[in-house]
Design a protein around this ligand. Structure first.
Ligand SMILES: Cc1cc2nc3c(=O)[nH]c(=O)nc-3n(C[C@H](O)[C@H](O)[C@H](O)COP(=O)(O)OP(=O)(O)OC[C@H]3O[C@@H](n4cnc5c(N)ncnc54)[C@H](O)[C@@H]3O)c2cc1C
Length: 390
């Protein structure tokens, strides 16, 4: 028997890509999204490596390029705004890779998939009840329905995961940081570098290319933290950045009145298994790598892999889930191990750590050049006419 109807929870990054590819493989797909419209959150995300190929095959690469932020690097500044270090981001990006605002990525992927699937906004799965042949689903608003398969692509705080696998605290691990972003509009300034100011354990930044402010700070998990309580978030940010100079006081004023404030714990999601019977998880819901780890890229690649595996064994979703998980874990696991390096670069814990980071970024171009020279010099030289090295 073929498994033909699929419910996808979440129209973020992974959900629309999965819907697109499942529909291309002949599945009937319904996507349910809790938000009334697509979330606008403007933080920049990357489409890299194999996700570029997925985007190319969906025909959306030109649109992604048109929405690219064009950010050139991160300039670290002191309290007076003087540059004390810089990382050139172009050195880490292949020419075909794109950085763009998350909201633009989600919209472009949605537009590519909306004619191939049924999209239901402003609703959420309320209960899931699976048996040998399908999954009975009730919704907060819509009428109950039955599907062959259900995929949770509903992000870090996944409802699908909570209903089918267990409470969030069993799988979501706070990584010792909180992050916030808010749009600034015209107040962002000029230039194509992100400007970032650090004090020990704190980073505050302004990006002209995305027109937003960004806060990142070290903190153990706050008891009673609620990722939906904006007033609590304002209090936490105000406390954390109370003694930070540069533009922090002005940016905190913006936070106090901001309607669009994104705030969350920087977390990783780890589950022993990403599927249970006819229900599987995808993207951040299954394996959030935290803020620094190519989450969008992994969400897109995972969706493409899952759709391909379900199409390859339409009568045996468990086998398909097993192969998807085995293949995709090989990409996710190394990324989940890298968080320490990224946080040491962006938010050093001590004054000395900040100085060392700034020094390293100033030396970095020379070190990189020396490294390239070493590689050129150590390359085997071509043989000369007599068979001896030329
Ligand atoms: C500040 C910040 C910076 C980041 N920077 C980068 C970066 O530089 N590079 C990078 O690659 N990644 C970055 N990421 C991570 C990236 O945004 C995510 O990893 C990626 O979007 C994961 O895609 P997803 O589809 O799994 O989840 P999401 O994009 O989070 O989408 C989940 C969707 O599910 C919906 N939803 C939630 N609950 C329900 C429910 N109950 N019912 C229905 N729908 C629901 C949500 O509204 C949302 O639309 C960053 C994230 C943040 C927060």
């Amino acid at each position: 028997m073929s498994e033909r109807t699929v419910l996808v929870s979440g129209a973020g990054v992974a959900g629309p890509v999965l819907a697109y590819w499942l529909a291309r493989h002949g599945f009937n797909v319904t996507v349910v999204e809790r938000a009334g419209t697509l979330r606008s959150s403007g933080n920049p995300v990357d489409v890299r490596g194999r996700a570029v190929d997925v985007a190319k095959r969906m025909g959306v690469l030109p649109r992604l390029r048109a929405a690219a932020t064009g950010t050139t690097g991160v300039s670290f500044v002191d309290a007076a705004g003087r540059r004390v270090g810089r990382v050139d981001m172009r050195a880490f990006q292949r020419p075909d890779e794109v950085e763009l605002p998350r909201g633009d990525l989600a919209s472009i992927l949605y537009e590519a998939s909306r004619d191939h699937a049924e999209f239901v906004f402003d609703d959420s799965i309320a209960t899931l009840d699976q048996d040998e042949h399908g999954v009975d689903v009730t919704f907060d608003h819509g009428a109950p329905r039955r599907f062959d398969l259900v995929i949770g692509a509903d992000g870090l705080h996944s409802m699908t995961r909570r209903l089918a696998f267990g409470p969030e605290n069993e799988f979501v691990r706070h990584m010792g940081l909180y992050v916030a972003t808010t749009p600034l509009g015209d107040g962002a300034g000029s230039g194509r570098d992100i400007l970032m100011h650090n004090t020990p354990g704190r980073a505050v930044a302004v990006s002209t290319t995305t027109g937003g402010a960004f806060f990142l700070y070290r903190s153990p998990a706050e008891p009673g933290f609620d990722h939906r309580d904006t007033e609590q978030h304002r209090r936490m940010l105000t406390r954390a950045f109370a003694n930070v100079a540069w533009r922090a006081p002005e940016l905190l004023e913006r936070v106090r009145v901001a309607e669009d404030l994104y705030f969350d714990s920087v977390s990783q999601v780890r589950l022993p298994r990403w599927w249970k019977g006819r229900i599987a998880l995808l993207g951040d819901a299954a394996s959030c790598v935290s803020l620094f780890g190519d989450g969008s890229t992994l969400a897109m690649v995972g969706a493409f892999t899952l759709a391909g595996e379900l199409a390859a064994s339409p009568g045996d979703p468990r086998a398909a889930f097993r192969r998807y998980e085995a293949a995709h874990r090989r990409l996710v696991d190394p990324k989940q191990r890298n968080i320490g390096q990224a946080s040491a670069l962006l938010v050093p814990a001590t004054r000395r750590g900040i100085q060392m980071r700034n020094l390293a970024t100033r030396l970095w171009p020379a070190l990189a050049a020396a490294e390239s020279l070493k590689r050129v010099l150590s390359r085997p030289r071509p043989a000369g006419p007599g068979g001896s090295p030329a």
